[in-house]
Write a protein that binds this ligand. Sequence first.
Ligand SMILES: [Zn+2]
Length: 299
Amino acid sequence: MIDTPQPLVVGPVTVLTGIDNGRYPHGNSIFVEGSEGTLLVDPSLTTITTGGPPAPPDQVFCSHAHEDHVAGLGRWADAPVLIHEDDLHGVTSLDGLLDIYGFDEAAGRAFRQMVEEEFEFTGRPDATGIADGHVIDLGDVKVDVLHLPGHTRGHAGIHVEASRLVYLADIDLTGFGPYYGDAWSDLEDFERTLERCRDLDAEWFSTFHHKGVVQGRGQFLPLLEAFIAVIERREIELLAYLGEPRTVDDIVSHRFVYRPQIEGDHIDSVEHRSMTQHLVRLERDGQVHQVEPGHYRAG
Ligand SMILES: [Zn+2]
């Protein structure tokens, strides 16, 4: 039996809770109904497995170009696709999607196969890029696009004033913490985005993965602060590890992002991209220096 929790309806917004509460590879898609049209946000693998939203969408918006957020794009071939212009490249083709991760050849090959087989990815060269502040007009319901970069360059959420709901996509408030491990991720953009999230005024805060929907700023803010704190924890742990001179390869093998028992061809790439961003800024700020080329030590 497939575990599909009931959708949550908040005014014109329906949160289509994903299988396993939206744990990867699934996720919680959003369906918005207005007097002049419907919008599906982030067509997840669940929308393929379970038959999708209550009605066919007139338009689809993707929060960013990652495999789990674009799985259903091929299924809604007649619906125009919108995505922030900085991630547009990633939905046009599978090659475009792979560029965003920036994996080496072996990891890229394994990932390509997984995206084709498990996520049924279909490129949408007809997709349209939009900018921060773009309004998707559904008649009596307006959907505002919020550019929230860092996870990817074009990562974006939405605000539906009629439901007092903000959808934060992969600012997912999980214990894993912020993910900035792709070629197109940026740690400091993510930090500025999280700063912006502290000021979000809404009643409902919806995320793509298993934290689901949080009600009220009183619940949202502690979860946001715990999420932000993971970045600081990674940096403090890196500084402690650099009590002895270490190379980047040492840092990658040590595992600051993933637990040591997690396996996958892409793990080294994500550790490398994530932790070199910390390393570069620690060196820039004078907290780390090279005792010889390529050997880093705190102090
Ligand atoms: Zn993502």
